[in-house]
Design a protein around this ligand. Structure first.
Ligand SMILES: [Zn+2]
Length: 361
């Protein structure tokens, strides 16, 4: 999340339709191809399974005015992704339930070249991190569910955006026509390549070349989504459904007084079965946390893009108040982080023991 600018709360009219940029990135939504999966219990799963692993990679042709080429390179399959890659994938010995946990914003591997071109100091540049969220959900694999965590920082490349949400004002030349420069995230400086950190300070000293955005999307965004898409496809094939819990944390912000402890985002009821949201809500309630739905965080790209209840894929975004576990000024863990971690572990354990067959639709 990024709370300071209030951008992540943007509440789009979410429908079954996908934006052109999403269709470009994930042809799974653009049509279907007949190919059988490995015969799991899911209904009609095999027909689309391979497509989860495909994405278009658009590359500017050198010296010819940013003409897209090579539009349909296949995205690597989950098993083929390089390790270590731009993410950590912790798998359980045995997946017990159709749950997948993902943390796209907790990465903290800052490339030296990026730090060199940033005007921010080493601490300020970390303001956009959902710090330590991967640790808070670290028990998931032991309890029987995979945990995917980006290692690249959100300010470097945001996996909770469309692949090509870019701000023309950041780049030293024209952007290809297919880039989405009109989104409210871009307008707030928080596109795929962020112009500002959560506190609103600009990241870069000068404009950067478009090829840098391309490299980041190809090296970070695409492998992360190949892994997430692969986990969803595997899980749906095995269980007939999948619930992705997209894990985030939110800062305290003066403009958002009265924020609860947790905000559950299901894109206003379109990305996740209400019964699943209620289960998570009740778990947090039972532990004394204040919970709100969709206000001010209804869900980002991951929630809107993958959450397709009619295809038995559900996504629920959880935003936790950072004040529960960290010092936002020094970006350090507070002693009470262990309490939150214990409670999240309890919540995961409770969810893993439940029957999720209703998610098949
Ligand atoms: Zn986040």
């Amino acid at each position: 999340m990024v709370g300071a600018t209030g951008i992540e709360p943007v509440t789009f009219p979410v429908s079954g339709g996908r934006s052109p940029a999403e269709l470009r990135a994930h042809p799974v939504w653009a049509g279907s191809v007949s190919c059988r999966g490995r015969g799991g219990k899911g209904r009609g799963i095999g027909a689309r399974q391979k497509l989860w692993n495909c994405a278009r990679i658009v590359t500017a042709a050198p010296g010819c005015g940013l003409i897209p080429r090579n539009m349909d390179l296949p995205m690597p399959r989950l098993a083929e992704l390089p390790q270590p890659g731009p993410f950590l994938l912790s798998r359980p010995a045995y997946q017990r339930a159709p749950l997948v946990f993902a943390s796209p914003h907790s990465g903290r591997d800052y490339p030296a070249a990026f730090l060199a071109e940033s005007r921010l100091d080493a601490l300020s540049v970390r303001r956009s991190e959902d710090s330590f969220v991967d640790e808070l959900y670290g028990a998931a694999p032991k309890l029987g569910a995979p945990l995917l965590a980006a290692t690249f920082p959100r300010v470097y490349c945001d996996a909770n955006r469309e692949p090509w949400e870019l701000d023309p004002a950041m780049f030293d030349g024209p952007l290809p026509a297919w880039v989405n420069s009109a989104s409210p995230r871009v307008g707030a400086g928080l596109g795929t390549i962020a112009r500002v950190v959560a506190s609103g300070e600009p990241v870069y000293r000068r404009r950067i070349p478009f090829r840098e955005a391309e490299e980041r999307v190809q090296r970070c965004w695409q492998p992360y989504h190949a892994a997430l898409g692969g986990l969803i496809a595997e899980t749906r094939n095995e269980f007939g459904c999948c619930l992705v819990v997209d894990c985030h944390s939110m800062p305290a912000h003066p403009a958002q007084q009265g924020l609860p402890d947790m905000v559950l985002g299901d894109a206003h009821g379109t990305a996740c079965a209400p019964r699943a949201v209620r289960r998570v809500e009740e778990q947090f309630w039972s532990m004394g946390y204040r919970v709100r739905r969709n206000d001010p965080y209804a869900g980002g790209y991951v929630t809107r893009h993958y959450g397709r209840p009619r295809d038995a894929v559900h996504v629920l975004q959880i935003e936790m108040a950072r004040s529960l576990y960290m010092n936002e000024t020094t970006i350090e863990r507070l002693p009470q982080m262990s309490v939150l971690q214990r409670d999240i572990t309890s919540m995961i354990a409770a969810l893993m023991a439940m029957d999720w067959d209703f998610l098949r639709g």
